[in-house]
Design a protein around this ligand. Structure first.
Ligand code: 4AD
Ligand code: MG
Length: 476
């Protein structure tokens, strides 16, 4: 008999037809009630069994984590908490789970503990909810860009270019590290390497996306990116996914409008399609925050916060305004910030979070950063000091999106390459798009895991990607 997913079963009216469900046991009470989950929904299906009908050997093995298959009829539930339940007529144990060894028991486990059991943590309510929401979010992103007339472009993961300057790169090589071929001057002879030159894992698909946009008009990438920074924070991964749209014939205002539309669309989509999981995660956050002092708790429940963002207009501030605001802030005057605040320095997470959480109370788009602290490709503003950059900062996360208008003027871009020590022969292909049919264009990058954190209310980026890669950690 064909298996029916529990999400569907729970929306079915009682009937005399027999159905089959499969899933993993969450609890088994009074030798009678078996709560089973198959991952299709946060809710369990209650299976009601008659003890007499089943082998003692099997009953003994219906522990948390065991996989079962059951046939039965759907009846109105006698108990509270569910509308329907399955009166089981036959039950198969597919795979047992020894309670002395299975680590995911029905008590509250810490997220840190579950990170070490990442291969099994999908079996918990929290992680199944997070990964269903993660799926909905990526689907909403593709839907948004498709509806807006973008084409997805698959930019390379292995790259011979290191021009982006977004972070330290992981080397890709087939050379024998214990026996490296040398050139006459004693350096490694990359001519003998797989690609005949040094190559790396990409930190961003942007430069290649720009090439696509200068013909297809609007493209986006959605792929893994890699940064070997040794930053062990709750917001950095060594391997993370990024969405990078790039649009031709558009300026920074168009870029910011796109980012705002995109964010509102995907939040709206999960609010509409992921309510049960969001409700669960909202409650999880409230419970978890009970341990915190009141001032550190979220100001409003998760879904209310997300809905507010969908309905709000994002606040815009220039970098210069932000620096002014920060130097007039209480934490600045009381010397509470660890990092310096003055025109020219990069904003640190503590500054970004004060701005969005305490000062504005919602997303802020910061524009026109000093040229020195941003990448070479950002378009120079007329003031000669700043570039047409924009970062979208959000409460709880800080920087969610970073983007800019791109420098489309060949002479200025060449000068920027020189200033940033980027040899022109490394980026000759990038420069040629400015030589042939150059036009203004812009784009941004949104960190996908940061978006998932924002939407699920999870505090650590390691808990929103199935198998996190961080310094000294690449298990699974
Ligand atoms: O600000 P970033 O470095 O920008 C770029 O890479 C540009 N090429 C984007 C573009 O204009 N096309 O990174 C973009 C976003 C950040 O705002 C952040 O959300 C995320 O990527 N991000 C990370 N997420 C997780 N772990 C890391 N180590 C991250 N570094 C950046
Ligand atoms: Mg950035």
């Amino acid at each position: 008999m064909e298996r029916v997913r529990i999400a569907e079963v729970l929306n079915t009216a009682p009937s005399e037809n027999k159905i089959t469900v499969c899933g993993w046991v969450r609890t088994f009470r009074n030798d009678r009630f078996l709560a089973v989950n198959d991952g299709s929904t946060i809710h369990n299906l209650q299976l009601v069994i008659q003890k007499e009908d089943h082998d003692d050997e099997i009953l003994k093995q219906l522990n948390t984590g065991a996989a079962v298959s059951a046939e039965g009829v759907l009846v109105e539930s006698q108990g509270s908490g569910q509308k329907v339940e399955l009166q089981v007529t036959s039950l198969d144990l597919l795979g047992g789970a020894d309670p002395d060894e299975f680590p995911i028991q029905m008590k509250r486990h810490s997220l840190e503990f579950l990170r070490e059991k990442a291969h099994l943590r999908f079996r918990t309510n929290t992680f199944s909810a997070v990964f269903r929401i993660r799926h909905l979010l990526q689907f909403a992103i593709h839907k948004f860009f498709h509806e807006e007339g973008f084409y997805q472009l698959h930019t390379p993961i292995i790259t011979g270019s290191d021009a982006e300057g977004a972070g330290e790169m992981f080397k890709v090589t087939t050379l024998d590290l214990d026996n490296l071929p040398k050139t006459e001057d004693g350096t490694t002879d990359y001519g003998q390497d797989f690609f005949g030159k040094p190559s790396n894992l990409t930190v961003s698909g942007q430069l290649e996306a720009e090439l696509g946009a200068m013909a297809l008009g609007q493209v986006y990438t959605f792929g893994p990116t890699f940064r070997a920074e040794n930053s062990n924070t709750s917001r950095h991964l060594a391997e993370f996914w990024m969405i990078e749209p790039e649009i031709a014939f558009a300026d920074l205002n168009d870029d910011m409008a796109l980012a705002e539309r995109c964010l509102k669309y995907v939040l709206g989509y999960v609010l509409e399609n992921g309510d049960e999981d969001l409700a669960f995660l909202e409650n999880r956050q409230i419970q978890a925050e009970k341990q915190l002092p009141e001032k550190d708790r979220s100001e409003r429940p998760l879904r209310e916060m997300l809905r507010l963002v969908v309905d709000s207009e994002f606040v815009h501030m220039t970098y210069t305004e932000v620096i002014d605001t920060l130097t007039r802030s209480k934490p600045y005057k009381k010397k509470k910030f660890k990092f310096p605040v003055e025109w020219g320095v990069d904003l640190q997470s503590e500054h970004e979070r004060w701005l969005v959480e305490k000062h504005v109370g919602g997303p802020v788009i910061v524009t026109d950063y000093p040229a020195e602290i941003k990448a070479f490709y950002m378009r120079a503003n007329d003031d000669g000091k700043t570039v047409a950059a924009m970062d979208v900062l959000v409460p709880g996360i800080g920087e969610l999106i970073g983007g800019s208008q791109r420098e489309e003027r060949l002479d200025i871009l060449k000068k920027k390459c020189a200033d940033f020590n980027i040899p022109e022969d490394h980026v000759w292909w990038y420069l040629e798009t400015r030589k042939f049919g150059s036009a203004k264009h812009c784009g941004f990058g949104m960190g996908f895991e940061r978006l998932v954190m924002y939407v699920t209310g999870m505090n650590n980026i390691r808990d929103v990607i199935p198998f996190p890669r961080t310094p000294l950690s690449a298990e699974f």
